[in-house]
Design a protein around this ligand. Sequence first.
Ligand SMILES: [Zn+2]
Length: 303
Amino acid sequence: MSEGPEVKITADKIWNTLSGKRIIDILHNNIDSSLKDKIIGSSTEYVKTFGKNIIIKFSSGVYLRNHMMMWGKWRIYERTEYESGTAKSPPRSSYGKRKYKNTDKIQVKRDEVSDVRKDSRTQLTIITLDKVLIQFNGPILQFSLNDLATMEPIVSLGPDALSPNYDKDVVLDIIKSKSKNTEMIISNALLDQKVLSGIGNKYKSEILFLNNIYPFEKVTTFTKDELNGLVMNVPRILKYGYENSGRTRKPMDNEKISWDTTHWVFRRSGKPCWICGTKIISERKLTARPTFWCPNCQPINVH
Ligand SMILES: [Zn+2]
């Protein structure tokens, strides 16, 4: 699951691997042969993120956009291990609903395919002199000679909460106009990439907890100051995740670092709130994606 901060962490890794390196080969099922020829022999001009999108620009003028949705992932290998067959496939993460119902932990099982070259999930392979980058599962990989940042869907994204140019007043204007005369609830507003970009299901729950907001409150019932405060706090929370490998909660002194201590409420239903001890609850019907919250810290109509 890649939200803005995780996507930016991945983009940094791609840039650190490709920067200054010549592309020896690029493999993708549907790449146009003329674009492939252009990329081979070129280097990488930049790797940027736009919300949850990554754009790689090659020095020959070809752009590549990747959106990982829930399933995509990248891995980087030494070319020697790749070619000798010792580069291992990443584990398959299963978010199966039946398993997920009873536990908030991700079920991970080792992939049966050990040689990554035989992994059917591979969508894209980029080879340099010493490294091999593999993109698994796509699902969106778009090549173009036009700057994809100026085209849909990126051109319609709301301000990027991780961008230095993030403008909360623009977000406030969009959120007000989109919610006017509607029943839009705050959880769904935060997930709407046209309001502001980069927030996914995890950060949605964490942001609402850290702002003591009931997740199903209608946007139209918020005061101007309440909305302003929320929108202003979003970049700080995403930036913390970006700088701390996706964590949202700072560990306490001597606390063991584990999945259980990483978040405030996300995937913690049934566990005690870190602040008040009340059991965290989750809701899967009122919003398209599960929402986790503390009923004591985030009561109805408190804000
Ligand atoms: Zn609480």
